[in-house]
Design a binder for this molecule. Sequence first.
Ligand code: GDP
Length: 363
Amino acid sequence: GLSCGIVGLPNVGKSTLFNALTASAVPVANYPFCTIDPHSGIVPVPDPRLARLSAMYSTRKTVPATVEFVDIAGLVKGASQGEGLGNQFLGHIRSVDLVVHVLRGFDDGEITHVHGEVNPVSDLEVIETELLLADLSSLSGRVQKLEKQWKTATKEAEVQRPAFLAILSGLEAGKPGRAISTDPLANSFRKGLGLLTDKPALYVANVAETELRAPSERVRSLEKAIAGRGGVLIPICAKWEAEIAELPEEERATFLQELGLDRSGLDRLVTEGYRSLGLVTFLTAGEVEVRAWPVPQGTTAPKAAAEIHSDIERGFIRAEVMRYEDLDRLGSEKAVKEKGLLRLEGKEYIIQDGDVVYFRFNV
Ligand code: GDP
């Protein structure tokens, strides 16, 4: 599965946020939850469609899509030069698919800020600089080694050289990899570089609970800085989320309602994370099980079938597809079929978010 790495300076609330995320994933009924190690947890993706379908099909088992969150501690100024956990820390970031920046917006005289002052914009710049320096160092090393190979004019060199040099000069100008475009032909080479700043990023402002609906000047500046990067900022009060996460599920909703919030910041974080990972959900529904399956955008029907079982991909005949909205509106599979809204799709069909699918296949 795909994973989100929680990154930030010390004492910004990363562990608090991570604990809240994983506490909310404690095995409720059939939710598959496991901890791979203390710093990594599988978190269910909130999806109101599952409850609706489960009621409609009188299902006994409901299985949500999940994403992995990893708490990556140890970033300090100078990490790219080996300060703190340095290289180890950067290696952990290399292995995740999405970087979640946690930025401290809360004041608390008891909790030291590593740079003596709460300033999330400058904190973000410190982190971004470390990631950028790490990429610069790994890419310039790579380019140096490749220069010799590139002297021989090959197809590969023709694609690689201009792309790598463009990225290098972009990084030198202070741009993160994701803001530097290169020829799509170079994409596979580029992936192989494992650049930290090529990864998609999400931003969390860890604020006091009073600031959730009335952001401070500080958080507004941060919002502006992140909008300038084309990013999404999610305000969260980690301490408070950790408390809500301890409540039984039914009480959680009531508690949020009383505060005038429609959902927790954590829900929003997991949902945005899922989206930023480029995943869409198709659903399967029956009496035995209602289940959400994550697949990358652009996945064909047979590849989606392979998520369920490789036999279904191998023997793929066709996919019977209903739209979730049709089921929701008409109330049953029978009604959807009577309206002629069940479609038969072949091998080329691209799975869409909210497709409710039944695969026909040869055994
Ligand atoms: P990390 O070093 O980034 O993992 O930070 P921690 O999650 O360990 O948090 C550092 C300290 O800040 C702990 O004492 C937390 O209880 C506290 N903390 C975390 N989030 C908040 C918050 O939203 N408000 C306040 N006042 N304290 C917080």
